[in-house]
Design a binder for this molecule. Structure first.
Ligand SMILES: *Cc1c(COP(=O)(O)O)cnc(C)c1O
Length: 376
């Protein structure tokens, strides 16, 4: 009999494997239809949607991305601290202190108010004016965009870009998308006549895939960079390759008898003798507690149902007869022996989107990278 330690050698309790070749493939796919001169911005905010900002950024730049997009000054600093030199743009609002850190990190910033524009001018920061073409969050209308552009153009190199963001680019009904694109197209044309070097950009992943007319000078793709479908359907249909695979392993198997229960709240009570696998991954790793008694995993390549309450560090799975042993791999999303679970499937069960499923993979989960370029 093998000892438990020899059975389990080589497993991580919770492992996110990220395929950097998939990232490179997705960059090439997303750059395929760009007009001459237009560039790809790899959006690596939120730790690269859970995949790891720095390794993803490196792989994206290797495959031809020219810009990196983040949401906060801290995220821009992380890229600079890792030695990445590419232009970085920070999308989110910032306090004065954050703006100073952004300028020190040589990151471009997004501007939609005159006081912020003046502070950015004083710091010599490169700015992109945010046009609210219909998102209805931050950003300003045409008139205020013109004013901000004039103000920023008084600095040596402060006026760099014009940007906007789509609210419905992933939806089947394109009416509002076309409305936003029309407004952006008109304003971009007008401002480029006055400022010929202006970089105009508005496409997220969904728009990049759907509409070449939305590409302008740069596209900013997040979700599709990671091989996930912007509309939460099948990413393979759009020629994308999912980069992340999330797994754990069977730490133990027990047989419960009729009437016996498993886990907190006794949410599973056996009606017949049942084999239950205990898997050392839980909601603190990013497996939503809402998957209690729902959702499949692949145990050694075969679909099995999550059964019983998901706890912080463990969950339980009902095993079919004769299948599943301690040490077997358990895959939450990704491929295993020709079977596959997509993040999109998990997201639908949770009534959310794939973005949230990967962002939830917590820091406690070990990241392992495949396909890294050899060190120079
Ligand atoms: C996050 C973000 C994106 C990327 O959106 P995806 O739908 O993930 O492609 C693009 N632009 C801005 C301003 C963003 O904040």
């Amino acid at each position: 009999m093998p000892t438990p330690s020899s059975i389990l050698a080589g497993r991580e309790r919770a492992l996110a494997e990220v395929d950097l070749e998939a990232i490179r493939h997705n960059v090439r796919r997303l750059s395929r239809d760009l007009p001459a001169g237009a560039v790809h911005c790899a959006v690596v905010k939120a730790n690269g949607y859970g995949h790891g900002a720095v390794p993803v950024a490196r792989a994206a730049l290797e495959a031809g991305s020219r810009w990196l997009g983040v949401a906060t000054a801290t995220e821009a600093e992380e890229l600079r601290d890792a030695g990445l030199d590419a232009p970085v743009i920070i999308f989110g609002p910032m306090t004065g202190a954050e703006l100073e850190r952004a300028a020190r990190a040589r990151a471009d910033v997004v501007v939609w108010s005159a006081p912020f524009a003046r502070a950015a001018l004083r710091l010599g920061a490169r700015c992109h004016v945010k046009f609210d073409s219909g998102m209805g969050r931050l950003g300003v209308d045409e008139e205020h965009v013109r004013e901000l552009a004039r103000l920023l153009a008084s600095g040596p190199s402060s006026l760099v870009g014009l940007m906007s963001h789509f609210a419905t680019a992933d939806e089947a009904d394109t009416t509002f998308f076309e409305y936003q694109l029309g407004r952006f197209t008109a304003l971009a044309r007008e401002l480029k006549a006055a400022y010929s070097d202006l970089i105009c950009h508005t496409a997220n992943s969904a728009a990049t895939i759907r509409s070449p007319a939305s590409h302008f000078d740069m596209v900013r793709t997040g979700i599709a960079l990671y091989g996930l479908a912007p509309s939460n359907d099948d990413p393979f249909k759009d020629g994308l390759r999912p980069a992340m695979r999330l797994s754990s392993y069977v730490a133990g198997v027990r047989v419960v008898q009729p009437g016996q229960s498993v886990g907190y709240g006794r949410r599973f009570v056996a009606e017949r003798p049942s084999r239950i696998a205990v898997v050392p991954i839980g909601y603190a790793d990013g497996i939503s507690r809402a998957l209690t008694n729902r959702g499949d995993v692949l145990v050694a390549g075969r679909r099995c149902r999550i059964t019983g309450t998901i706890s912080m560090d463990q969950l339980t799975v009902l095993l079919p007869e004769e299948h599943g042993r301690p040490g077997d791999e358990v895959v939450f999303f990704g491929e295993s022996s020709g079977e596959r679970i997509l993040c999109e499937e998990v997201a639908r069960l949770l009534r959310t989107i794939n973005y949230e499923v990967v962002c939830d993979v917590s820091p406690r989960v070990v990241r392992r990278y495949r396909g890294a370029a050899p060190a120079a």
